[in-house]
Structure formats: structure tokens, C-alpha cells
Write a protein that binds this ligand. Structure first.
Ligand code: NZQ
Ligand code: ZN
Length: 385
């Protein structure tokens, strides 16, 4: 196991009825800005519940954060924060709303051009407004981590920043708030959490038995509960297990002390920025191809994954790893997510453009060995056509 530090200050309030806790979690004299998306929280009653719990506090609203939050939109929120002297932010929604809020929190305390936060991946952030979240879509783990992904539409650039200053102070996770999710978003969430786990697990062994067993537990839970969530619309236990899995998949825990491979996410972000394909769909397209391309380097962990997660115990190792990758793809299909670029209308002629963007964003040495160069990325994409 590699050396590591583990720090996570976000308080989780999990379960039905937890939104009422806002009354104690948000400072009594705060000037609060509630940020949200396209209106799902109005339709499912979450906004009313949040407003009631905030009581007599001064509350303003910022509505309209889009999926894959844009820099352009979030700058308007920064202006509102400054104009109204807001001192506490509350994100109510999915990963996009939370990521957008993290950016606002940092940009409100940032003196120069805020896009620099993304260009420097957050290394230049030295303060942020305090904020909390009410999660309505289990997927990204943003509710308990220090990362955020923002898109500058003008440049088709979807970039990441991370900073210790943008951990949420608290996150409220009420599984009943996910009952209103359309099937596609449930599926997206399960696949996103699954791939987060894989990217911190499927590299090479470093004898990190605890992290491995945690990761395998999350994968098994998502494989078991994910398809049920599509059918059993209001099964509290199923939603609770998925919600907690997604949070634990990317709150830092399973990634400590182990090598990581974020190539699927990095290539996937370009697909979203260029073609508007949903985040999780991009992962379902790219991951199987990454695993096949890197079968040799990932061999030992792939065998472990085959045996422990998919219970593939017969056959030689090469058969096991091939079957495990096929099972992974099949799982995405069971969740209703297609896994080929051509399923989304892309063809060979689009690949050069994707590679150009990877180069522009300096994503030229990806993977746990930093050896996924542009030629390898092109091969990965070609093999997922
Ligand atoms: O905008 P509203 O009307 O709220 O509708 C949203 C949106 O259309 C809807 N939704 C959310 N909760 C709902 C609901 N509809 C009905 N009932 C509910 N309870 O779902 C749609 C998608 O929401 P979004 O927030 O975009 O989805 P998700 O949580 O998957 O977030 C995706 C974003 O997170 C980034 C992605 O790149 C993408 O931009 N990521 C952030 C990460 C992080 N911060 O650590 C890591 C991830 O890998 C990921 O990159
Ligand atoms: Zn993701």
C-alpha cells in the first residue's frame, strides 16, 4: 500500500426527513443563496421542504444550472453573490448543481479571472464561501468530495478543479428525494459510481486489501441494486444503498494508497464537451475499450475483478478477464446504457476532432502508468465505434 493522507470534513446527514436539519446546519444569521437546476426540485417538493427548513433566514435563489454546468451560467451566480452580499451557499440538486456551486464558492473569493481556477485545476484557490448540499441524484460523489467539473461553452472545454476549500460543510442525503428521477438518470448515476470505483481499483496490485474489498463491495452493491432501482421506483432500501454507494465511491476513501486510472473520465469529458453525450454514457462507451487496450497491464487486477466481482472461476486467466470485461459491458446494457460511439451517431470521422481536444487540454499521458498517449486514445476510441 502506498503512503497516504485521508481527510474529509463533510458531515453527512443521511435518511428520510433529514432536510429539516437545515435549520441547525445553516448559521442562523446567514444570507443564503439556494442554487438549483432546471426545476425538478420544484416539481418533487424538495424546494418547498428546503425553504421551510430555512425558516426566517434571508434566502435568495439562483435557478437554471444546466447539466454539465457552464462557466457562462455560473458567472451570473457569482455576480448575484457579490451584489447581494451572500455569505452561505446551498446547492439543491445533482452533481451539476453541486459542482456549479463549488465553482461559485471559490470564484466569489477569487481576485483575478475565474477561468484560471480551472486552468490551474484549483491550485490557486485559497478561500471559498461556505456551502452545504441537498443531494437529489446519486452519481458523482460531489456531495462529499472536493472536486468540480465546469464547461466553458465558448471553447468546448470541460475542465476539472479540486481544492480543499470546496468540500461541502454538510450534505443531506434523503433517498426519497430520488424517487422522481427518470430511469435514464438512475442508470447514469449507477454507471457513474460504478466507473468511479473501477478507476480507483482496476490498475495493478499494491496489496491494499482494505481498499480492494471496499471497492468490490461497492461494485457488488451497484450490480445488485442498480437494476432493481429501474423497476422498483419507490423502494427506499434500494435507493438508500445506491445513494450511499455513490457517495462512498468518490469521497476519497477507496482511492487512498492505490494507483488510479482516470483515462475513461478524461476521454469521456471530451465526448460530452463536443457532442453533448451524457457523462455516464461517455464512460460506458470508453471504459470497456480502455480495459481491453490495457488488458496486459491490468491483468492481475482484472483476474481478481473477474473472480471476486463476477464470480468467474472457470477457465484460464485470459478467458476470465475477457469475460469480466464482457460482463461489465452487459451490466451497462442492463442499466439501459449503450456502449458504442456509433450508438450515439459518431463515426471514424469524429475521432480526429476528439484527439485534437485531448491534446488542447494536455490529456496526452493518461492512465496509471501515464502511457495512454494520443495514439493510444485514438485506438481506444476506434475500438469503441
Ligand atoms: O436540472 P434539474 O431540473 O434539477 O434536472 C436534473 C438534470 O436534468 C435531473 N434531476 C436531478 N435530480 C432529480 C432530477 N430529476 C428528477 N428528480 C430528481 N430528484 O437530472 C438531470 C441530470 O442532473 P446532473 O446534476 O447533471 O447529473 P449528475 O449528478 O450525473 O452530474 C453530472 C455532472 O457531474 C460531473 C459530470 O461531469 C457532470 O458535469 N462530475 C462531477 C464529479 C465530481 N464533482 O466529483 C465527478 C464525476 O465524475 C463527474 O465528472
Ligand atoms: Zn463520473
Amino acid at each position: 500500500m502506498n503512503n497516504f493522507e485521508l481527510y474529509n470534513p463533510t458531515k453527512l446527514c443521511f435518511g428520510k426527513g433529514q432536510i429539516a436539519q437545515l435549520n441547525t446546519l445553516v448559521p442562523e444569521n446567514a444570507k443564503v443563496l439556494v442554487l438549483f437546476g432546471g426545476g425538478s426540485i420544484k416539481r418533487n417538493g424538495t424546494l418547498d421542504e428546503v425553504t421551510a427548513a430555512l425558516g426566517d433566514r434571508k434566502v435568495s435563489f439562483f435557478e437554471g444550472i444546466e447539466a454539465n454546468p457552464s462557466y457562462e451560467t455560473m458567472l451570473r451566480a457569482v455576480t448575484q453573490v457579490k451584489d447581494e452580499n451572500i455569505d452561505f451557499l446551498l446547492a439543491v440538486g445533482g452533481g451539476s448543481v453541486i459542482d456549479g456551486t463549488k465553482f461559485v464558492a471559490a470564484a466569489a473569493k477569487f481576485d483575478s479571472e475565474p477561468w484560471d481556477i480551472l486552468l490551474k485545476m484549483g491550485a490557486n484557490v485559497s478561500a471559498a464561501l461556505p456551502f452545504g448540499t441537498v443531494l437529489t441524484l446519486p452519481a458523482t460523489g460531489s456531495e462529499m468530495n472536493s472536486g468540480s467539473v465546469i464547461t466553458k461553452k465558448a471553447e468546448n472545454a470541460k475542465l476539472f478543479f479540486g481544492s480543499v476549500f470546496v468540500y461541502p460543510q454538510f450534505s443531506i442525503l434523503d433517498p426519497t428525494k430520488t424517487y422522481s428521477l427518470p430511469e435514464k438518470q438512475i442508470a447514469n448515476g449507477v454507471v457513474d459510481a460504478f466507473v468511479h470505483t473501477i478507476e480507483q481499483y482496476l490498475t495493478y496490485p499494491v496489496n491494499a486489501a482494505v481498499q480492494d474489498r471496499f471497492a468490490e463491495g461497492l461494485l457488488l452493491t451497484l450490480i445488485e441494486q442498480g437494476p432493481r432501482a429501474l423497476i422498483e421506483k419507490e423502494n427506499y432500501d434500494v435507493r438508500a444503498n445506491i445513494m450511499f454507494s455513490a457517495t462512498m465511491a468518490l469521497n476519497g476513501l477507496i482511492g487512498v494508497g492505490v494507483p488510479q486510472d482516470w483515462s475513461t473520465h478524461m476521454i469521456g469529458h471530451e465526448l460530452t464537451a463536443l457532442f453533448g453525450i451524457d457523462h455516464a454514457q461517455t464512460l460506458a462507451i470508453v471504459l470497456p475499450s480502455v480495459l481491453r487496450e490495457k488488458e496486459a497491464q491490468k491483468h492481475e487486477k482484472l483476474v481478481q475483478y473477474a473472480e471476486r466481482v463476477w464470480n468467474i472461476i472457470d477457465g484460464d486467466n485470459a478467458t476470465k478477464t475477457a469475460q469480466a470485461i464482457a460482463k461489465t459491458e452487459e451490466f451497462f446494457h442492463t442499466m439501459g446504457i449503450k456502449t458504442k460511439l456509433s450508438d450515439y451517431g459518431l463515426s471514424e470521422s469524429d475521432i480526429a476532432n476528439i484527439i485534437k481536444q485531448l491534446e488542447a487540454h494536455e490529456r496526452t499521458a493518461l492512465g496509471e502508468h501515464q502511457d495512454i498517449d494520443l495514439a493510444t486514445s485514438a485506438r481506444i476510441l476506434r475500438n469503441s465505434l
